[in-house]
Design a protein around this ligand. Structure first.
Ligand code: HEC
Length: 106
């Protein structure tokens, strides 16, 4: 049992407080984030690339709808993932990102 908490914190780096999604949904979303290429461009808590903005506090800045819009349609630089992710992968990764609410660095 001693190991369980650190392992959970490792899997769920952003879900440190209660949000309207389940822990399993957020951990599936974290996995989607890693394997779908998001992490190649985006950093969360010091892990990831820098082509796109750091998403450690994106849940504070952006609504669920705005995050969904960005992922589904992409932008000039970010590819659209609307046809890449399955509907449940999309909602899982959005739940994960909504839970990424680090305080912005001073
Ligand atoms: C090729 C690099 C690249 C990949 C891959 C990528 N993004 Fe992005 N993303 C960007 C860039 C650049 C922006 C900056 C805003 C813009 O250009 O519209 C961005 C913006 C965002 C934003 C808005 C951030 C903010 O601070 O407003 C979210 C959320 C996001 N991306 C999520 C994702 C997710 C989830 C994935 C994977 C499914 C992903 N991105 C894959 C480059 C990328």
């Amino acid at each position: 049992m001693r190991l369980a908490l650190p392992i959970l914190l490792l899997i769920l780096p952003c879900s440190s407080f209660a949000i309207a999604s389940s822990a399993s949904q957020r951990s599936r979303g974290a996995a989607v984030f890693q394997v779908s290429g998001c992490q190649h461009c985006h950093t969360i808590r010091t892990v990831g690339g820098h082509k796109g903005p750091d998403l450690s506090s994106v849940g504070r800045r952006k609504s669920k709808a705005a995050i969904r819009q960005q992922i589904v349609y992409g932008s000039k630089v970010m590819p659209a993932f609307g046809d890449v992710l399955a509907p449940d992968e999309l909602s899982d990764v959005i739940a994960y990102l909504r839970s990424c609410r680090d305080k912005p660095k001073p």
